[in-house]
Write a protein that binds this ligand. Structure first.
Ligand code: IYR
Length: 227
């Protein structure tokens, strides 16, 4: 077998076909579990161990990516002063958004979620993970190289992260303060990295309220082309 860097280029992948009954059971059970995930906007201040966050990031980083370039970096923040700076900067942008940059139609669409420019979760949550996409690779020697399908890759990694957070019994919010360049400055990230998503993580504050939403039924989100 052809080799690169002394590693075999391809190795066997062992897998076993399982019965239809088991498949239906497993997929139904995972669906039922996934369907209990909700975005949470009020967090308990209970600390979460760094090792937990490390495991979550390792899980997110198992995501597939264009040419296996893994074009992401996860900044994990528990530092109170830094969280506070992030909150102040995010609220400044969001105030502009809610006061003038968002269209009336957009604000109407957001009404059921009862969001506003106030982002206390950015200080309450024990951890914030800011996900950056690497639009290109910047090597230690100053050389640049290409990354591919960066948005797709980082989007998948974020989805994997959200699923892992839910599986741990923790909650998260996909927060999109916009524009997000303040995060590059506060976290001192290099020019090849662009902020993608800000994800507060922790336990849900108790009691807390969530919007009483329903999900689109299967028929509205799928089309099947069969024999
Ligand atoms: N980014 C703003 C507004 C916002 C936009 C959408 I689309 C949402 O689903 C929720 C909020 C904010 O985070 O408040």
């Amino acid at each position: 077998m052809e080799k690169t860097n002394n590693k075999p280029a391809h190795i066997p992948y062992i897998s076993k076909e399982i019965s239809e009954e088991t498949l239906v059971e497993k997929t139904a059970s995972f669906y039922n579990f996934s369907n209990t995930r909700r975005s949470i906007r009020e967090f308990s201040t209970t600390p979460i161990a760094k090792e937990v966050i490390e495991n979550l990031i390792k899980t997110a980083s198992t995501a597939p990516s264009g040419a296996h370039k893994q074009p992401w970096i996860f900044c994990a923040i528990s530092n109170k002063a830094l969280k506070s700076k992030i909150r102040i900067a995010a609220e400044k942008e969001e105030k502009e958004n809610y006061d003038s940059r968002m269209s009336e139609r957009w604000k109407k669409d957001l009404e059921p979620l009862a969001t506003n420019h106030e982002k206390s979760f950015l200080e309450e949550a024990p951890w914030l993970i800011v996900v950056f996409k690497k639009t290109y690779e910047l090597h230690a020697n100053g050389e640049k190289s290409n990354n591919y399908y960066v948005n797709e890759s980082v989007g998948i990694a974020c989805g994997t992260l959200l699923a892992a957070i839910h599986a741990a019994g923790l909650v998260s919010l996909t927060h999109t303060p916009s524009p997000m360049n303040f995060l590059s400055k506060l976290l001192k990230r290099p020019a090849n990295e662009k902020p993608f998503l800000l994800i507060p993580i922790g336990f849900a504050k108790q009691p807390t309220q969530i919007p009483n939403l329903t999900r689109k039924p299967l028929a509205e989100v799928s089309v099947f082309y069969e024999a």
